[in-house]
Design a protein around this ligand. Structure first.
Ligand SMILES: Nc1ncnc2c1ncn2[C@@H]1O[C@H](COP(=O)(O)OP(=O)(O)O)[C@@H](O)[C@H]1O
Ligand SMILES: [Mg+2]
Length: 249
């Protein structure tokens, strides 16, 4: 589904990703761990195609196509969707209208807002005055309408209270197991996800097959998600550098 090869990316004159490679298989979920500032969000923003992130080297392949230079909206049409860590407030844009556009007028906003307990928010401006949990659910609602093949989820559980984590977790699970098929294609399987998680709580809801650890703009470790999380909890991220040495040797 996704293959990133030797990616080096700059933003604001700073190199934030260095020679980074990773892959997400068709129908599988990978999680990405890493300390603050290691470049996790930058990676997802680059895969989505936000213009500030300048690819200096390497390439991004999606379903066998080189999308490295493709504009963001074309990537969205191809089936990439993102839940941003800090999405902007859209003053003057009603959530209902955004959901309608994301679903290309084929999705009934009410029917998908209901399960996410977002119906009362459809008439409100996107994210304006929303709580942490409501923002995540608003993002998930837009993703649900878009129905992408590849879900890029940037810390879906951060800034969310415990009760909302349960809702958000279940909603993510539901989306990834959803049977509507990816936008543009009628294939019923093959939904993939790359999920950034700080706490690993999302692993209670989603079956992930592989985890990557990112430090200083590059992948330093990969392995079984639960095992890696356990190691990070016990020893912190300093060990990741050692892991890289072990991988290379
Ligand atoms: N617009 C920008 N201009 C300059 N530096 C940026 C910009 N956006 C992010 N960065 C820097 O890139 C680094 C990685 O940030 P980020 O990808 O948000 O990390 P993470 O998500 O792992 O916490 C940080 O040092 C951050 O300050
Ligand atoms: Mg981040």
């Amino acid at each position: 589904m996704l293959e990133i090869e030797n990616l080096t990316v700059e933003i604001g004159g700073r190199t934030v990703l260095r020679n980074l490679s990773l892959g997400v298989l068709d129908g599988y979920t990978s999680v990405l761990f890493g300390p603050n500032g290691s470049g996790k969000s930058s990676l997802l923003m680059t895969i989505m195609g936000f213009g500030d992130y300048r690819v200096k080297e390497g390439r991004i392949m999606f379903k066998g196509e080189d999308i490295t230079k493709m504009p963001l909206h074309d990537r969205a049409k191809l089936g990439i969707g993102i839940l941003m860590q800090r999405p902007p407030n859209l003053v003057g844009v009603k959530l209902r209208d955004l959901v309608r556009v994301a679903g290309k007028d084929k999705v009934d906003p009410e029917s998908i807002a209901g399960p996410l307990q977002m119906t009362p928010f459809l008439e409100r401006d996107v994210n304006v005055g929303f709580s942490g949990g409501e923002i995540k659910r608003s993002e998930l609602l837009q993703l649900s309408a878009q129905d992408p093949c590849l879900y890029l989820l940037d810390e879906p559980e951060s800034g969310v209270d415990l009760e909302s984590i349960d809702r958000v977790g279940k909603a993510v699970k539901e989306l990834l197991n959803g049977k509507r098929g990816c936008a543009g294609k009628r294939s019923m399987d093959g939904k993939s996800a790359l999920i950034i998680t700080h706490t690993g709580q999302i692993l209670d809801y989603v079956e992930a097959d592989r985890a990557y650890v990112m430090c200083n703009g590059t992948i330093t470790c990969s392995g079984n998600p639960r095992e890696l999380l356990q190691e990070i909890r016990e020893r912190g991220y300093e060990e990741c550098v050692r892991c890289k040495i072990l991988q290379i040797s």
